[in-house]
Design a protein around this ligand. Structure first.
Ligand code: HEM
Length: 414
């Protein structure tokens, strides 16, 4: 059993995105798009990059890059596609640019040189034993029941607990972290734009206050963990300032907690719906590293990343203007048949799989080795203990866009 072919290949339900059909960029934030974005990706890839209106007064045009070649070119050109979006009182409730995500070259390099070693594979490998224990501890709570609510009982607590441990923060702070993460990433689910901004601002404030206190405490008495190491780390003989450490931690909450939760939701929903693919993992756990890569490519839980255009020019057939915001659709690039062989097949036996699920170029994900380890351990331990499961009949799943996750994923064990 090598691969599964999907409905996109058959071209079954590719939506038309012509303006005459009422296309609006707002579609990209719908639950339907988040549930199965691939037919939309396919439609978006037809033709050059698009330049669309967000339909909000005063907001810039948004350029959408969805072909593999466009996404690749954008990642190679951080001068034209800057990461200095969401500055100042940013849309995520941040006061300053998040480090290193919103920093352009050449300054960006200084931070990556400092941070990369902490997230190197050999460093991450030391976490495997603790992660295995954590995963089994969570599974213990529901393994002998009929099922579980996967998101809240597994996908959310697993990476968040792992992350607190990595940073050296008390596990009692888990609920607080989850609360501010939801505020920053999803504005606590508020639908009204102003209420959402308000929720993000409050969560951002709470995040800064929390880390102020933690850093005060650590200045008096050092404990273990990454945070202490960051306080002592130096680049070119200079330590990071307190503000820089806080700007890194703020990003860690966004980048390190939600993304793994999203990936777990996408992966387990896929596997619940494809029992024959799931059986591969049960029969042959050696396949897990390649399952992780293929599902990262296929699901692309972080569907797109943001950039801002720095000058008026033309980019691969599309006029772009200084100040335009850009949506770099890595999910669309990852399923582009012009660049990827059998792009619409989910194949756990691919020998090469160079996807953009972790982004590309200088901002490529700092935590990719940690994320891969977490996902591998979760898949391995789960399928040893719960090999058979499906989505509860009649469950209406609500998906969140861009950072693709499922609010509640009720699983029934076989
Ligand atoms: C499966 C889980 C993950 C996915 C899919 C993911 C995805 C991504 C993507 C697409 C980017 C590029 C952003 C851009 O170009 O604007 C990125 C950057 C980043 N990620 Fe991850 N990420 C994951 C897990 C993590 C984890 C666990 C951490 C923990 C620290 C992390 C930390 C970061 C940081 C710090 C950056 C910014 C890097 C830079 O700007 O140089 N990520 N991630």
């Amino acid at each position: 059993m090598g691969h599964v072919t999907t409905e996109v290949e058959a071209g079954a339900d590719r939506p038309s995105l012509g303006d005459e059909d009422g296309w609006s960029i707002q579609m990209l934030i719908s639950s339907e798009f988040a549930r199965n974005p691939r037919p939309y990706y396919e439609a978006l890839r037809h033709g050059p990059p698009r330049r669309d209106d967000l339909e909000m007064p005063g907001s810039p045009k948004t350029v959408i890059l969805s072909r593999h070649q466009d996404v690749e070119a954008a990642f190679r050109n951080p001068q034209l596609f800057s990461s200095q979006f969401g500055q100042g009182s940013g849309s995520l409730g941040n006061d300053r640019p998040l480090i290193p995500l919103m920093i352009d070259p050449p300054e960006h390099k200084k931070y990556r040189v400092l941070l990369d070693p902490y997230f190197a594979p050999r460093h991450m490998a030391k976490l495997e034993e603790g992660l295995t224990e954590l995963v089994n501890g969570l599974i213990d709570k529901f393994a002998d029941k009929e099922g579980c609510e996967f998101t809240s009982e597994f996908a959310v607590p697993m990476p968040c607990t792992a992350f607190l441990e990595l940073l050296g923060l008390p596990l009692e702070d888990l609920d607080f972290f989850l609360h501010i993460k939801e505020g920053i990433v999803r504005g606590h689910g508020k639908l009204d734009m102003e209420e959402q901004i308000q929720a993000r601002t409050e969560a951002g404030r709470a995040c800064y206050d929390y880390f102020e206190k933690v850093l005060d405490g650590l200045a008096e008495e050092r404990g273990g963990g990454l945070l202490c190491e960051l306080m002592e780390a130096e680049v070119d003989g200079q330590r990071l300032t307190r503000e820089e450490i806080m700007d890194i931690c703020f990003l860690f909450i966004l980048a390190g907690l939600d993304t793994v939760t999203d990936s777990l939701c996408c992966f387990f929903n896929y596997l619940a719906e494809h029992p024959e693919q799931r059986q591969r993992i049960v029969d042959d756990p050696e396949v897990i590293p390649s399952v992780v890569e293929e599902l990262l490519r296929w699901e692309s839980p972080v569907a797109g990343v943001a950039r801002i255009v720095t000058e008026d020019t033309e980019f691969n057939g599309c006029p772009v203007h200084k100040g335009d915001s850009v949506l770099v659709f890595v999910g669309a690039a990852n399923t582009d048949p012009d660049a990827i062989e059998r792009a619409h097949e989910v194949d756990f036996d691919r020998t090469t799989n160079r996807h953009y699920a972790f982004g590309g170029g200088i901002h490529r994900c700092l935590g990719s080795h940690l994320a891969r380890l977490e996902l591998r351990v979760a898949l391995r331990e789960w399928h040893k203990r719960i090999p058979d499961y499906r989505v509860a009949e009649g469950a209406e799943l609500v998906w969140t866009p861009m950072l693709r996750s499922v609010h509640q994923l009720p699983l029934v064990f076989g």
